[in-house]
Structures are given as structure tokens and as C-alpha cells.
Design a protein around this ligand. Structure first.
Ligand code: NAD
Ligand code: ZN
Length: 358
């Protein structure tokens, strides 16, 4: 087992990573929440079928209830949020109760937002079940979607702990593995050259993205995120580096329609784009061909489908960054592990974009 501590100005909490670590949860609850009244588990249909019974057995000492929400982004709606609040009220959860977010990033974001707002905030614990959630479960950004924009209604609200049991990853579909691994690559690129080199060396095919092999990489990614969030919880500075690849990534995700490309698939193209801009405008020395070949071997798309016009993507990027002028501030790299912010004007952005559409 590996433990990472997240220290923000408002809270310090542990992230426990390892196989079967879910069995440590009862003791943690007894020790940290001696006054605990009730537990409410929020999970989705897939995880509900696969693992809810096991979790209930682990928690048999406690009074618990559970609600099953739709899979994926369909969990992050106002309707589902409302259902969760109604359920919590009917179960008479109080401020000594605790919410358990049991699932991927979607369940985590929804449950965290329920916890942040129910009775002005009750504690919650993240039990992530995807690779992507090594990113989303740490750092305290919680949100639901509005029809005019993803994650538009939310809060900064830190969990009490993260129990990242890697056993759950065994059933994760290939596509979800790829999606989550993209964020691991991001953490390496913005923080650590040797980490990046090691990833390339050890993870050669999609089959390599399995629990045991990538455990140290997930822990490393979490450490990197924890450090950044510890320094800048509310994203007034450094935390923005975590958006590397996300400006174009979000635009592609939205243009493809959510569900068309996964978050990670979209940010892979976003990172390639940010790398090109970095090479051109920031003297970034990088072997792009080798990177792209690695991505292709792992099964990623590396170009934007031809049916998506570059103009639309530029417009989306401006909306995403809430930019009015004729440039966008991008996270670029000076070197691997050395990110910085730079304004790039629309003309230059368009020129590079056109090279990325198939
Ligand atoms: P997800 O929660 O939608 O899960 C993806 C799919 O995999 C779902 O169908 C789910 O049921 C299934 N699944 C989950 N775990 C499984 C398992 N162990 N075995 C089999 N199937 C499993 O997706 P995600 O990729 O984990 O998260 C994406 C969400 O995270 C997005 O909504 C995104 O906005 C959010 N996010 C938040 C942050 C943050 O800082 N809060 C950061 C990045 C992403
Ligand atoms: Zn992301």
C-alpha cells in the first residue's frame, strides 16, 4: 500500500492506494468518525452490479443506505443531484453522517457536490474505481453539468480521505483505461522527465495498463497533483498547469458530443497540439514523432476527425477560456516538467489547428 497526504489550507487528508485497501475503511471510520451516524453510498449502475455487495459486506458494522445513479455523464445532471438530496433527506442524514462516492470521476464529482451542499456540507470519502479517478478524486473540484456547459455548477470541497483500491480496475473496459492513462501522461509531461521516460519504457501496449504494473505511476500522478493542489487549492496560479492539453481537449470533447470521444482521448490530441505550439513558440525541444508513435501503439487517436471544422474548435476554446480578445492563454511546455502560460493569437492557433485535422 502507498499513502499520499494532501495538504490544503482547509484540510489535510490521506490518499491510500493499493490492492484490497478497501478493507482498511472500517477502522478508519471508527477512528476518525467516532460520532458517525449514517453512511450514504452513491454509486452507478455498473459499479453497483459489480462491487456494491462487497462494499456493503465491508461496511456491515455501520448503518448504511445506497443510491444507484446512471453511468457516466448522465449522473452529473440537476435531476440526479436532486434525487440524491431527496434520498439523503428521506434517510435523515445529518451533519454527522458521511457520503461515500463509489465509482469513477462522474460519481465522484456528483457525490462531492451533494456532500458540499447538503445541509451546507457534510463529510465525504472518495472510493475511485477508474484510472482517470486518480486525478478526479484528489483535489476537491466537485461539480455537475448545466446544459450550457460541463462542470458549470460546483464547488471546491475536499474529501476526508481517498481509498483507491486497485482491485476495482480489473473490470475497467479498455477504452476507460486509455482515457485515464492520458491523465497519467499529462502529470508526467508537466512535472517530471524521468517519470515520462519510465512510462514510455514500461507501458508499451494497452495490456500493460493494468493494476499491478501501473500502481506506482498512479501514486506518482497523485503525488504530483497533491503537491500542486496543496500550493494552489483554488486555481489562482499553478493549478492551471493541470489544464495542460485541456483547452483543445475540452473543445474536441464538446464538438464530438460527450460519449463520442472520452475525456482522455480528447486531451491526448489536446496535448499533442499544446506540444506543437510549445515547439513553435517556446523553443520546446521534443521528439514528437516518437511520442505520437507511442500513442498510436497504445491505441489513441492522434488527429481530429475531418468532419470537425477548425473554426468551431477555436470558438469552443475561446468559450472554454471565457476569452473575448483575439488570443488565448495556453499552458505550454518549456521542457518536460517545466510548464508555463503563454498567450497565443488566433491566427497562429488556427494555423496549427489545421495541421491537426485529418
Ligand atoms: P466515469 O465515472 O464516467 O466512468 C466511466 C465508465 O466506466 C462508466 O460507465 C462507469 O460505470 C464505468 N466504470 C467505472 N469504474 C469501473 C470499473 N472498475 N469496472 C467497470 N466499469 C467501470 O468516468 P471517469 O473517466 O472516471 O471520469 C470522468 C468524469 O470525471 C468527467 O465527468 C470529468 O468531468 C470528471 N473529472 C473531474 C475532475 C476533477 O478534478 N473533479 C478531473 C478530471 C475529470
Ligand atoms: Zn482531465
Amino acid at each position: 500500500m502507498k499513502a499520499v497526504s494532501v495538504q490544503t489550507s482547509s484540510k489535510e487528508y490521506p490518499v491510500l492506494i493499493g490492492e484490497k485497501i478497501i478493507h482498511e475503511l472500517p477502522l478508519f471510520l471508527h477512528n476518525e468518525f467516532p460520532q458517525l451516524t449514517k453512511l450514504m453510498i452513491i454509486t452507478d449502475e455498473n459499479i453497483g452490479k459489480l462491487y456494491l455487495q462487497d462494499l456493503l459486506e465491508v461496511l456491515s458494522d455501520f448503518e448504511s443506505s445506497h443510491i444507484i445513479v446512471p453511468n457516466g455523464e448522465n449522473a452529473k445532471t440537476f435531476e440526479v443531484y436532486h434525487e440524491c438530496l431527496t434520498f439523503a433527506l428521506k434517510q435523515q442524514l445529518d451533519r454527522k453522517s458521511l457520503i461515500l462516492a463509489f465509482g469513477g470521476g462522474a460519481v465522484g464529482d456528483l457525490s462531492g457536490f451533494v456532500a458540499a451542499t447538503y445541509m451546507r456540507g457534510i463529510p465525504f470519502i472518495q472510493i475511485p474505481t477508474t484510472i482517470l479517478a486518480h486525478d478526479s478524486a484528489v483535489g476537491g473540484k466537485v461539480a455537475i453539468n448545466h446544459e450550457l456547459g460541463k462542470n458549470m455548477v460546483g464547488a471546491f470541497y475536499q474529501p476526508e480521505a481517498v481509498f483507491y483500491d486497485l482491485e476495482y480496475l480489473h473490470t475497467l473496459p479498455e477504452r476507460e483505461k486509455r482515457s485515464g492513462f492520458a491523465e497519467v501522461i499529462k502529470h508526467a509531461l508537466i512535472h517530471d522527465l524521468s517519470f515520462y521516460e519510465e512510462l514510455k519504457e514500461k507501458v508499451k501496449t494497452i495490456e500493460d495498463i493494468q493494476a499491478r504494473l501501473i500502481q506506482p505511476f498512479l501514486a506518482r500522478g497523485i503525488e504530483i497533483k497533491a503537491n500542486i493542489v496543496g500550493e494552489d487549492e483554488k486555481e489562482t496560479g499553478k493549478r492551471a498547469f493541470l489544464n495542460f492539453g485541456h483547452t483543445l481537449g475540452h473543445a474536441v470533447e464538446a464538438e464530438m458530443g460527450y460519449g463520442g470521444w472520452s475525456h482522455g482521448e480528447a486531451i491526448i490530441v489536446g496535448m499533442r497540439y499544446a506540444i506543437q505550439l510549445s515547439k513553435k513558440y517556446n523553443k520546446f525541444a521534443f521528439n514528437d514523432e516518437e511520442f505520437t508513435n507511442w500513442l498510436i501503439t497504445l491505441g489513441y487517436e492522434t488527429e481530429i476527425p475531418a468532419e470537425i471544422p477548425a473554426e468551431k474548435l477555436l470558438l469552443r476554446m475561446k468559450q472554454d477560456k471565457k476569452t473575448i480578445g483575439s488570443s488565448i492563454t495556453f499552458v505550454l511546455l518549456e521542457a518536460i516538467g517545466n510548464p508555463m502560460m503563454m498567450k497565443i493569437d488566433d491566427e497562429a492557433l488556427m494555423m496549427e489547428l489545421e495541421r491537426f485535422v485529418k
